[in-house]
Design a protein around this ligand. Sequence first.
Ligand code: HSE
Length: 307
Amino acid sequence: MNEIKLFSPATVANVSCGFDVLGFCLEAVGDEMIIRKTINKGIKITKIEGYDLPFDVTKNVAGVSAMALYEAANPECGFEIEIYKNIKPGSGVGSSSASAAGSVYGMNVLLGNPYSALELTAFAMKGEAIASQSEHADNIAPALFGGFTLVKSLEPLEILQLPTPDDLFAVVIHPQIEVKTADARKILPENISLKNAITQWSNVGSLIHGLHTNDYELISRSLTDVVVEPFRSQLIPGFERIKETALKNGALGTGISGSGPSVFSLCKSRLTAIKVESAIRQAYTTQNIAFEVYVSKINMEGIRKLN
Ligand code: HSE
């Protein structure tokens, strides 16, 4: 095989209480990429459609992660990368991670799968780091592993795959403003109170227990963020209105997707998700900001081959 076309999905990082460690993978939105083996050595980005992003491999997240794998594998061939972006950069649903993870996933397949998903996560983190100016894997891990993931540690890198209850659906609203992850990280405090730390780690523990036991009530009671949301929600016009509307219409919980401005809600059943989507759509219309809202099943597979 000399060429692979793939779907690289959007992801929701943090999942309220799990800043920098929890994430899940979406089905409804993602980029497409084509990775091609070439006789000439090196990595080239030959096409980018959708958004204006750098072709220079040292400045493009897909190029930086591709170079990390390429230098480790030192293959006899080179690679060309085509990126068809649907995920808007700065939207909070893992746009940079989709690119960073997609390039290494495709190259790995074309090289005969020498690397594990964990090793691919490490390569992709190099790309993600240039976008957000910090290394974290909470978007990359769900893109590569699918479902819900927990980044147990970065050094050494350890990812846990968490179970996903069957009837769980996400509703994501994307107000069309840009929040740069690096900026959204700068406004966070260096230290937090012990009281908030206790609340947060108890919620992370109970959310994971809820995922393991299909306990939707417990998942609902755990989707709370007392550490990051109070700061970042100020960057998202109408955040409280979205949250109130979603919860009133039956969402299990609502929080900022990654570093925002997208806001996710988790719902039990597609029917509830559709009801929440329509209520959010109605409520946000008065905000005078263009937006998109969609319902997505949790994507259990992560990145997948299209041809
Ligand atoms: N955990 C990251 C953050 C995800 O919230 O800053 C965004 O890349």
